[in-house]
Every structure is written in C-alpha cells, then in structure tokens.
Write a protein that binds this ligand. Sequence first.
Ligand SMILES: Nc1ncnc2c1ncn2[C@@H]1O[C@H](COP(=O)(O)OP(=O)(O)OP(=O)(O)O)[C@@H](O)[C@H]1O
Ligand SMILES: [Mg+2]
Length: 342
Amino acid sequence: MAHPPTQLMADSPIKVNNPGDAPAPASPEEQKKMEAAYNQMKRKMAISEMGKAIKHKIMVLSGKGGVGKSTVATGLALSLAQQGLKVGLLDIDITGPNVPKMMGLDGRRLNVEAGRIHPAQGHLGVKVISMAFLLEDEDTPVVWRGPIKLGAIQQFIGDVDWGELDYLIIDFPPGTSDEPLTVAQNLPDIDGMVIVTTPQDVALLDSRKSITFANSLKVDVIGVIENMSGYTVRGKAPAGTELELAAPGGKTIRVTTDENGDWAGTLDIFKAGGGQKTAEEFGVPFLGKLPFDPGFVRGGDDGVHRIVSEPEGPSAIAFNKVVENIQHKVESASNDGGLEII
Ligand SMILES: Nc1ncnc2c1ncn2[C@@H]1O[C@H](COP(=O)(O)OP(=O)(O)OP(=O)(O)O)[C@@H](O)[C@H]1O
Ligand SMILES: [Mg+2]
C-alpha cells in the first residue's frame, strides 16, 4: 500500500524528501563534510585492503636513541629481501634521513600519482617510504605540530601503494612517542614489535620501558635484539700461534691461529648478555646479537648498507640468524596461534 506523503510542520528544521521531490541541494558545509567522510571511508577501505596484501608487519622500536634502530630495521628488510621475499620499509622518523641514506635513496622526494603515494625502490628491490621524502632539504629541521605529524602518518598508512608484500618493516623515532601509538591504532594485524637495545644498563632500562609500552599498545613483543654486541678483531700470524688479547675490564682472551694463519677474537667493548637478561626478565624471546661493526657507520655514509656491501660477512650472517628467529616466531604464530622460538 502506498504511504501518504510525509507531512511536517511548516517551520520544522527537519527536511523530508518525498518520492518525486527533487533532492535538497547540500550546503557547501555539508558537501565538505560528505567529502571528508567519503575520503575517510576510502582510506579505511584502502587500509583494510593493504592489511590483506601485506602478510607480516613488524614495528622496530627502542627506548633510547642511537642504539641502531634504523640500521637494524634496514638490515632486517635487506636480509629478508636477500631471501627473495617482497619487502617494504616504512620510516616514520622525521628527524633524520638515515633510512633513505642507507638505502641509497638520499635526496628522494615523495612520488604521488593519481592520488596514491608510490614507494621508492632501494637496494635489493626493497620498497621504501620515508618521512624524510617530505623534507625540503636535509639541513632544515622540521618542526611539525603533533596533529599534522599524526595526519601524515595516517596518510602514509592509508595512501601508499605497497602492492603485495611479504614483510613491512616500520622504523620509529626513539622512545614511547605518539608515532608508534598512531601506527598501532591505524594499521590492522601488526605481527608485533622488535626491540633494539645495546648491552649497556641504561639502554636496557629503556628497553624495559619499551616492553611495557608494547603491552599497553596491545602489540605483541616479537623479541629483543642486542646491537653493537662485541667487536671482533682479526689478524694473521703463523699457523698454530697462541695469542693473548687484552679485553676491556682487565680480561684476557686467548685465541689460536687456524691452518691459514688467521685469528679472530671477540671483545665485549660494552657489556654482554644484557639483552638476553632483559628478554628473560620479561618472558619475551631473545632474537640474537649483532656485532659492533664500523662498516655500518661507513655504509650509512656511503649509501650502501653492510648487508649489501658484504653479504657473506659476519654482520650479514648475524642479521640472517636474527631474521630466521623473527620469521620463525611470526610465521608459526600466523600458522597455528603462537609457538615459542627454539
Ligand atoms: N652494530 C653496529 N656497529 C657499529 N655501528 C653501528 C651499529 N649499529 C648502528 N651503528 C651506528 O650507530 C649510529 C646510530 O645508528 P642508527 O641511526 O641506526 O640508530 P637509531 O637508533 O636509529 O638512532 P635514532 O634514535 O636517532 O633514530 C649510526 O652511525 C650507525 O652507523
Ligand atoms: Mg633512527
């Protein structure tokens, strides 16, 4: 049965369109609101699509600055790419262009086409998006108000065309800032957080804060990595020679040359084992140690990461072991709801 046209009092603020009425034109304000709601919905859909197209998403954090987060995040991405996996690296740190530098993408600017942001291709085909791509030039410090910065992060999450990826690694500024909070709130199905620390007590104290922070964000802790852990000195002497190395803390390390006359000894220039202790204390996995290697510093300056310049070297091997542990943890977790790493 047809309904009679809806009648309202003449002065009612509610406008009703009856069948046959022309739709009431939207005011410019309403149009703006509708546009914003449409864009928000489009972004949400894009984020949900992206969530499905990227198999694993890993956040890299540290409580303290300068412990090697960006070096580790870049190294993880490259080590995964060496396995032939499709990898993306999202650098959310506006304060410095470290990641683009290590990826040989220094001075790049954001590539936007048809309303989508396209990542740059770094070493080994790793797709890179960096906040540094938004900088005028690297010498001008950026002071962004909080909401603008967080808006940019949301845009980086929703508007980047990553395509299909096996892994997305996300590098952050140090500390328990708004950036990881924004990512954790906006990016679905994050596998977890990797916490980078150095062996010193003060860094460990801060990494404990990061673990508590991860718990408050309800993000799983994949594990702790101890960076700058031990420095290996090498040399040559006649085969079978026994040598004594003076190590920090008044210790002595004995090494013997092999049949080729090569010797190597690892000195704990800071302390050792602290990352493992923190991991045990909090009941989270310890993912391994990465050595102190001056080649990382050179690599940062030359734009060629250590893993690319020396793929068979001790640092690359250490990275590969850490990556194996991460893969074991996240891939077994997505297969059957969580296994402990061996
Ligand atoms: N294992 C290592 N051996 C030697 N040097 C290293 C190692 N890891 C990082 N570095 C060096 O330490 C410095 C800081 O590293 P990086 O920028 O990766 O730290 P970060 O934690 O990302 O810093 P920030 O907190 O400022 O973001 C760089 O010069 C880097 O080359
Ligand atoms: Mg960094």
